[in-house]
Design a protein around this ligand. Sequence first.
Ligand code: BES
Ligand code: ZN
Ligand code: ZN
Length: 473
Amino acid sequence: MKIELYYDSTKFDLEIVLVKSFKACTKETKKILKSYNFTPTEGSALLLLDLKKLYIGVNKLKGEDLKIALSNAIREVKKYKYKNIKVSLFQENKELNLKQVVEGLVLGEYSFQKYKSKIKKINLEIQIDYKNASKTTSELGKELLDVKTICNSVNMVRDIVNTTPEDYYPKTMAKSAKKIASKNALECKVYGEKYLKKTGMNAMLAVGRASRHESQLIHLTYKPENPKGKVVVVGKGLTYDAGGLSLKNSGGMVSMKCDKSGGSAVLGIMNAISDLNYEYEVHGIIGAVENMIGGDAYKPDDVLKARNGVTIEVRNTDAEGRLVLADCLCYAQDEIKDIDYIFDVATLTGACIVGLGEYTTGVMGHNDKLKKKIDKASKESGEFVGFLPYNRYLPAMIKSSIADITNSASSRSGGAITASLFLDNFINKENKKKWLHFDIAGAAYREKSWGYNSYGGTGAGVRLILEFIKGLK
Ligand code: BES
Ligand code: ZN
Ligand code: ZN
């Protein structure tokens, strides 16, 4: 899809017209819309060919409502064979936010067709008419470039997440990282199992042992001139999670290609960051591993020693993400000094979905001020977050009788929080208040479309964390 700014565009096949109420319509239009029983509500659409207009109902001409309306519009457009589509920034006598309009169009248009034998290729050309806009052409031009960068990265992440585990395994993830690095002039380091062994990353190593695919530790770095500070984002990149010997049941295993969503989000952030010209140094670290069964599989009852020396009793091999993240967090803090913010992003627990529902990312950590900043980024980006609280009693749930801690809590209750408290054992003292854990188990993937997300991967985490970095002073 091509999107360009136009001043007073006149050559188009179809114009998208948003209708919030009949108030702003001319008498004539109102009469026509009413004659077709069109009601101006979210989800309603009316195509009037002779007028070259597609009327789309909208709740509010801003925020998520606006994005959803444009997403509905573009999905409607895709049913037909129009090519040149006009959208005016002025609708119902109100100037719309360009970023939200484009987000709705680009994210709403996405569909994953890699495995379809017949591909529907539609090359839409969108003309955003900015006649009478209050912003200058160059302001709008920059805004358009940035939002395209972010949304294209989100769609790239969706593609990665939706790709099958047969086609996308740890080395594929490393290949993606190298490609992103060379395209964006980033530093890229990739380590295999020899390095994991040498540096005592035994927890991560154990998880991938039964896989025919070698585990990969990936480290991408964006270094602007005179950076204002350092942000580190660590992602869980389980290219498949069969559960290991604590095997998932057949229903629970379906869709576990989505377990690479955290690592994929890191790829998305790193893919966008240099084009966005943000002023913070950003490190993206991914533990890319496949959790399988086999004669060499790690076992419940094993005790593993992580990179920082903490010993872990394995009681459930399906709680593998925290093992991978434990070593990756240690690696990050060993290798990167003077960190300002350290986040981890992971499809970590089913408990997070039970607690917050399918659409919301669970955020946990020790710093309430930092959580407030994330809350702001959530509202700006449109990604939902919910904050789950620690307390003094919960850490006892991951105590082990034979090792320092266990990877599976004594009860299922509060599972998202106890998983986060497990990770807390791998955060250095000086970084405790700089760290947040993002559980995207629900938000990252859904076998149903919602809003401007289509079936499958959503790209959760990318817009949220980029918005956070953008907002840093
Ligand atoms: N990858 C899963 C979590 C998950 C569940 C992600 C559903 C997306 C959708 C994770 O590795 C896992 O299996 N967690 C276990 C932990 C338990 C064994 C302590 C879970 O949530 O059941
Ligand atoms: Zn698991
Ligand atoms: Zn997992």
